[in-house]
Design a protein. Structure first.
Length: 135
């Protein structure tokens, strides 16, 4: 089984002064960590927006470890179509979610993996999406 990590899990570990191993500590031994390519873009955005060169370098090292430690999943045609459907369903209900989160959720649904996130309330709005629990 796999677990899709939302960007928030990585940011949480990085801001706490931890490393990628700290983020991965929530995953059970028999589970594999996966990441949507969208999360790479979001994290790289954070590297570029860092307010100091030291912080940018630290974030880049963290991102390099992320790339080495996770299986990165691309956006396929099926994931893109599912994201479009999810986004429409949310908007019909009057719910808003950033498109990046919609793509991450669509990836988790496509692979039937739960999602590890610090933003439970964002993802709980999506029918059928399982939120990863550490127990």
């Amino acid at each position: 089984m796999g677990v899709i990590f939302d960007t928030s899990e990585l940011i949480f570990a990085e801001r706490a002064g931890g490393n990628v191993r700290d983020a991965l500590a929530i995953v059970r031994e028999q589970e594999r960590p996966f990441l949507s390519v969208i999360s790479l873009a979001e994290f790289k955005h954070g590297v570029r927006r860092a307010d100091t060169t030291q912080r940018a370098a630290k974030r880049q090292r963290f991102l390099d470890d992320v790339i080495a430690s996770f299986v990165v999943l691309p956006i396929t045609a099926n994931i893109a179509l599912r994201a479009g459907e999810l986004d429409a369903e949310l908007k019909i209900r009057g719910d808003m979610l950033e498109m990046a989160d919609v793509f991450i959720a669509a990836t988790a649904l496509e692979y039937d993996f739960p999602i590890a996130t610090q933003n439970r309330r964002h993802f709980e709005r999506i029918d059928g999406l399982r939120i990863y629990t550490r127990e």
